[in-house]
Design a protein around this ligand. Sequence first.
Ligand code: PEP
Length: 249
Amino acid sequence: MRQYIIGNWKMNGTKAEAQKLATTFVKRVTEASRPLPHIVLCPSYPYLTTVAEILKESSLEVGAQDCHPEHRGAFTGDVSAFQLKDVGCSYVIVGHSERRHLHHESNGLIRRKLEAAIKVELRPILCLGESAEEREQGKTFQAISNQLTSDLPLEFTPQDLIIAYEPLWAIGTGITPAPGEVEDIMGFIKHELSVRVTGGALVPILYGGSVTSLNAPTLLNLPHLDGLLVGGASLKLDEFWEIISASSR
Ligand code: PEP
């Protein structure tokens, strides 16, 4: 499977910085002499249209960082999946741990967001992963299985979504699981999906949490890994390009 490298810019940057990153990546992708992975940039809401406009004629795609489960209505400050699709997004991150914890998002809400995105053909990237406490108690696999059960829509096809395994203790901490551990969890998620939906092993499974240009080559070589969700490092032009360049498929 062709890999995915997705940059989550979170609530960072200015319009000028977003323009510079997007323009430079388009130039580098256009000049690249070898096949590249799918590349998705996820700026914050105010810069979506600017970035979408710059990426329009390229192979790069735009994603948002969250969506509301309703199509439209009296939801001040929210943005619907339909609206994101309307301004050129192809993807949306759903259930990021910063949303689950800082905004107290429930599994029920996350499932509704996934359903809303799939309905308008906006491909959700469902983030899940165990906490440090669950890991210490040896409950990693149980925690992931529970999240899959409560978050996934009742009906979906493997092409509808992407899953990003992001252990909470690895996000923004500089600590990453051992590659063998990541590979075991990727295999476990693929197995869980294959018993839940026909062709479930075809759902792309990414890893996210303190990815840098140093650990990316090892991670991207793991047989079960279909790509990376990158936070902090995706805002650094050369660093992110090195991560993209480390993808061999
Ligand atoms: C993230 O927030 O999705 C993430 C992976 O962040 P970082 O790469 O900065 O750990």
